[in-house]
Ligand binder design. Sequence first.
Ligand SMILES: C[S@@+](CC[C@H](N)C(=O)[O-])C[C@H]1O[C@@H](n2cnc3c(N)ncnc32)[C@H](O)[C@@H]1O
Length: 245
Amino acid sequence: MSDKQTHFGYQTVNEDEKADKVAEVFHSVAQKYDIMNDVMSAGLHRVWKHFTINTARLKKGDKVLDIAGGTGDLSRGWAKRVGKEGEVWLTDINSSMLTVGRDRLLNEGLILPVAQCDAEKLPFPDNYFNLVSVAFGLRNMTHKEAALTEMYRVLKPGGTLLVLEFSKVFKPLEPVYDLYSFKLLPLMGKLIAKDADSYQYLAESIRMHPDQETLKHMMEEVGFDQVDYHNMSAGVVALHKGVKF
Ligand SMILES: C[S@@+](CC[C@H](N)C(=O)[O-])C[C@H]1O[C@@H](n2cnc3c(N)ncnc32)[C@H](O)[C@@H]1O
């Protein structure tokens, strides 16, 4: 057992425990994940994802890896962009999320390769993908540098990483955002997903996640070039982009 500590929301836990605790959250919320996303963001997560998909400069035939892809929103967007001649992998560490995602895409007539894997140990070759995406996933990973290093490794030279994640909200909005996050979110989680704790974790994990500039530096540290970010909804989320040269 590792003697290193990390955080799970506001709790301090052993590094070895975090992945299991995160797994519990997503096994618990998987069936209600999509409806909860719409309710708690008032549909805004669709706008954030739409912007992300439009930011990528993909061509027909490109290869894309969607990490922590969950119920498949970005994978669907990528598949439309790269066409039948392209390759889009929907991946996630959590079987419940992946099953919901795979079934949902199948119901829409999209047959994509699906793999259950940990972002920190990707089962893909070096220099393979034109684009790697991770939406609302990095926050949950225990060793973020290791995951970013893996994302870098599997990208082709010239390939792009897009990280869509909750970030640091603009200062004047903090009080109202805190009220929303710590009072309303767990209540909505309790009423809709029958799970207040997972949404309490969501609020806490957002506060513990590196802010815009810190994540930018982390991406640069693992080797990404031209790293930049775009705030959306007053910094509630940020889209970070980096290129592998
Ligand atoms: C909030 S969901 C995001 C799902 C989807 N990308 C979206 O934007 O709707 C976070 C996902 O990260 C996944 N995840 C957490 N840790 C992971 C890891 N180490 N490797 C891969 N996926 C992970 C969870 O299983 C979960 O499905």
